[in-house]
Design a protein around this ligand. Structure first.
Ligand code: BES
Ligand code: MN
Ligand code: MN
Length: 453
C-alpha cells in the first residue's frame, strides 16, 4: 500500500467529519437570503486551504459570493495544476421528500446524504484532501492553484469577470474539474463534451387586468391560453424544436465518437425503469439515447406561473402568465445566438392577441474537450491504479459555465468526477458514496504525483 493510500485510510474519518461541516453550510447561491451562508462557505474553504499550508489564500469578488483563490507552496521547475470547483449548491426543495434534512449530513448504507454531497462540495473537497495527502512536509509534487467559486449554479458571473480581468492567473499545465460523474459504478469517465444552457422566462400579457370568467368568458383573451399555445408550438410532439436556425450550428458527433458510445454498456429498459422512472422515453426517436442527451439541443419547460393556483376555486381569466424554460445547447451552438433565435421564434409563434417578452436569466456555452494531451494519460493511469479500470470517454448533458473559458487558456481541462449516476444531484436525497469520496482523494492525489514525475 502506498503512503498516500495509508494516509487516506488513517485520516479518512477526519476527512469525512470535515466534509460534513462543509455540507452543514446552506450555501444556496440562487437564493439571496443565503448570501451570508455563501460567504461563510467561501471563508470555510479559505480557512481549510490556509490551514493546509497554502502561502497565498484570498477571497476575490467579495462584493458577491466570493471566489476562493489559493496557491500551494512554490515548487520550482514543476508543472502547475489548477483545481476548479464550486461551493454553492442548488436549493434543497421539495424539503418533505428528504429522508434526512438536506443540511444535516448523515451516512446511511455507505452513502453520505446532504445537499451538495456530490455537487460539488464532496467532489471539490476530495481534491482539497488529495492536495493535503500529497503535501506532507509542505512539499507538494507540483504547483497547485485552487479556484473555487460560489456562483456555478447561477451562471458564474463574477468568475467570468475575474477571468477577463486577470487572464494570467489561471494559466496552468492542466485544469482538474471534479464536478461530473462516473459513467457507471466502477466505470470512471472523462467527459469529452458538455452541453450549454440558455435559460429564460417567457411572459405573455393578454389584457390590462384579470377579468371575471363568467362576464367575459367567451370573448376575452386568456393569458394561460396564449402561453400554452405558444409553448406547444415551440416543440413538436416528436421532440423537434421549432426555432428557426436552431439546428444549423449543431455539429454531429464524429464517427469515432459514435462508435465509442456504441461500445458503452447500456440497457435502455433498465435506464427507463431505474433512472428515468417513467412510462416511456420521449424525444427524437431516430437518434440514440446518447445522441439525444449529449449531442442534441433540448427545450424544457420548468414551471408556469400566473393565474389562480391557491386553495379552492376562483373564476378568473388571467391577464398575464410566465413560463420558465431552458434550452440545452450542444457544440457548436452559442448561447448569445440562441437567445436571438428564441426571441424571434417566440414573437412569431405567440397568438396575435398577446404581448410577449423574454427575459434571460443565465446560461453557458457548450464545450468539446480534446483529450489527447498527456495529462489525460496520467488521470487514466491514476484511475487504473485506484479503480482497476481506466477512463472511458463520454460526454455529459449537463453544463459547467466556466469550462469553455478555462479551456481557452490552452491548458487541457480534465473533467474527471467521482460521482455516481444515481447521486440525485439537484434533487431530494442527494448523496455521495463514501467510498467514491475516498477513491477521489486517492485518484486526484496520484494524478498530482504523476504530474510531478
Ligand atoms: N456539476 C453540474 C453539471 C454536471 C453534472 C455536469 C454531472 C456533468 C455531469 C453543475 O453544477 C450544474 O448543475 N450545472 C448547471 C448549469 C448552471 C448554469 C445552472 C446545469 O447543468 O444545470
Ligand atoms: Mn456542479
Ligand atoms: Mn449543479
Amino acid at each position: 500500500m502506498s503512503n498516500l493510500d495509508t494516509f487516506v485510510l488513517t485520516e479518512g474519518s477526519r476527512f469525512l467529519d470535515e466534509l460534513k461541516a462543509f455540507l452543514r453550510i446552506p450555501s444556496v447561491s440562487t437564493d439571496p437570503t443565503h448570501a451570508g451562508d455563501c460567504r461563510r462557505a467561501a471563508e470555510w474553504v479559505r480557512d481549510q486551504l490556509k490551514h493546509l499550508g497554502c502561502p497565498k489564500v484570498e477571497l476575490l469578488a467579495s462584493e458577491t459570493h466570493p471566489i476562493v483563490w489559493a496557491e500551494g507552496p512554490e515548487v520550482p521547475g514543476k508543472p502547475t495544476v489548477l483545481i476548479y470547483g464550486h461551493y454553492d449548491v442548488q436549493p434543497p426543495d421539495p424539503l418533505n421528500e428528504w429522508v434526512s434534512p438536506p443540511f444535516e449530513p448523515v451516512v446511511r448504507d455507505g452513502n453520505l446524504y446532504a445537499r451538495g454531497a456530490t455537487d460539488d462540495k464532496g467532489q471539490v473537497f476530495a481534491a482539497i484532501k488529495a492536495f493535503e495527502s500529497v503535501n506532507r512536509g509542505g512539499r507538494p509534487p507540483v504547483n497547485v492553484r485552487f479556484l473555487i467559486e460560489g456562483q456555478e449554479e447561477s451562471g458564474s458571473t463574477a468568475l467570468f469577470q475575474f477571468l477577463s480581468r486577470e487572464p494570467q492567473r489561471t494559466v496552468a499545465d492542466a485544469v482538474l474539474v471534479s464536478d461530473t460523474a462516473y459513467y457507471a459504478p466502477k466505470w470512471p469517465s472523462v467527459e469529452t463534451g458538455l452541453r450549454g444552457l440558455c435559460y429564460a422566462e417567457i411572459t405573455v400579457r393578454t389584457s390590462k387586468t384579470d377579468l371575471h370568467s363568467g362576464l367575459y368568458g367567451g370573448v376575452a383573451p386568456n393569458a394561460h391560453d396564449a402561453l400554452v399555445q405558444l409553448l406547444s408550438r415551440l416543440k413538436s410532439p416528436d421532440g423537434k424544436i421549432n426555432i428557426p436556425g436552431l439546428y444549423s450550428a449543431v455539429r454531429p458527433p464524429s464517427q469515432a465518437e459514435r462508435e465509442g458510445w456504441k461500445k458503452l454498456p447500456f440497457n435502455e429498459r433498465k435506464f427507463l425503469r431505474e433512472e428515468v422512472q417513467a412510462k416511456a422515453l420521449t424525444g427524437l426517436k431516430k437518434f440514440s439515447i446518447f445522441e439525444r442527451t449529449w449531442a442534441l439541443p433540448t427545450f424544457e419547460i420548468h414551471g408556469i406561473m400566473g393565474g389562480f393556483t391557491g386553495e379552492g376555486a376562483k373564476t378568473v381569466i388571467p391577464a398575464a402568465a410566465t413560463a420558465k424554460v431552458s434550452l440545452r445547447l450542444v457544440p457548436n451552438q452559442k448561447e448569445k445566438a440562441v437567445q436571438k433565435q428564441l426571441i424571434r421564434a417566440v414573437k412569431a409563434l405567440a397568438p396575435k392577441f398577446a404581448d410577449v417578452s423574454v427575459r434571460f436569466l443565465h446560461g453557458a456555452d457548450p464545450v468539446i474537450v480534446d483529450i489527447t494531451a498527456k495529462p489525460f494519460q496520467l488521470i487514466d493511469r491514476a484511475f487504473k491504479e485506484v479503480e482497476g479500470r481506466g477512463v472511458v470517454p463520454t460526454r455529459s448533458g449537463g453544463s459547467i459555465p466556466v469550462v469553455p473559458a478555462l479551456g481557452q487558456k490552452g491548458a487541457p481541462v480534465i473533467l474527471a468526477g467521482v460521482g455516481l449516476p444515481d447521486d440525485r444531484l439537484h434533487a431530494p436525497n442527494e448523496k455521495i458514496a463514501v467510498d467514491q469520496f475516498y477513491k477521489g482523494i486517492r485518484v486526484f492525489g496520484r494524478f498530482l504525483q504523476f504530474m510531478g514525475q
